[in-house]
Design a protein around this ligand. Structure first.
Ligand code: SF4
Length: 216
């Protein structure tokens, strides 16, 4: 089966069976989402959501965070993974947001990537959720699930992103990111995928190979 055909079948299944999906990170403004996504690297959304209310109370706007010291921010995010570097990134990000973008979160991926702590994945998540840009953020879940399903054979995040963007319609890309993340988080988990409960197994290349319905 060609990747495009498999993508279409999988996306169609998600549309019918998981119509309402969104990020599990709590936020109310673009700035808050950007902060939450930076904090979520190598950390669970649940832990981030436990941390951000107090952080946003102290620093409600980019200007407040830009004026903060790294030590102050560190104290508020110390229960999150890599608090030291994330505190530095948050303050640096807010300072650049204020100096270069008038305190507004920019809409273009390339502009977002100029901010400290913002790599391609974070930029794509923000651009997709806030500005509805037709990009797909590839995190560890999206990467693993896409390769198991056979939506991509890419060996790098960039290659998987390219394959997904080639084979998924622009209108479905933002939601596809959430579908694949949640599928990876709750069904197609890294160590023990729940294949027998998986609604898309009939199109999953790994599953079909393991069950000898496809050649290795
Ligand atoms: Fe993952 Fe198994 Fe579903 Fe394939 S069948 S997507 S390996 S859970």
């Amino acid at each position: 089966m060609h990747k495009k055909e498999r993508c279409a079948l999988v996306i169609d299944w998600f549309k019918k069976n998981r119509p309402l999906v969104q990020t599990e990170l709590d936020y109310t403004t673009p700035y808050q989402l950007l902060v939450a996504v930076i904090l979520s690297a190598q950390c669970t959304d649940r832990r981030v959501n436990m941390t951000t209310p107090l952080l946003f109370e102290h620093f409600p706007e980019p200007g407040d965070l830009a004026a903060a010291s790294v030590e102050e921010v560190f104290e508020l995010i110390r229960s999150i993974s890599y608090p030291n570097s994330k505190a530095k990134h948050l303050v640096g990000m807010a300072q650049k947001l204020v100096s270069d973008f008038g305190g507004e979160v920019p809409s273009e991926v390339e502009q977002l990537m100029t901010l400290p702590g913002v790599g391609r994945k974070t930029a794509n998540v923000v651009a997709s959720i806030i500005y509805d840009k037709p990009v797909i953020a590839v995190d560890t879940h999206v990467f693993r699930v896409s390769r198991r399903l056979g939506l991509s054979d890419g060996k790098t995040v960039e290659a998987v992103e390219k394959d997904l963007e080639k084979n998924i319609a622009e209108a479905d890309r933002g939601t596809s990111h959430h579908w694949l993340i949640l599928h990876g988080r709750y069904v197609c988990t890294a160590r023990s995928p729940k294949c027998e409960e998986c609604g898309i197994r009939e199109w999953c290349r790994d599953y079909l190979r393991k069950n000898r319905k496809l050649p290795e």
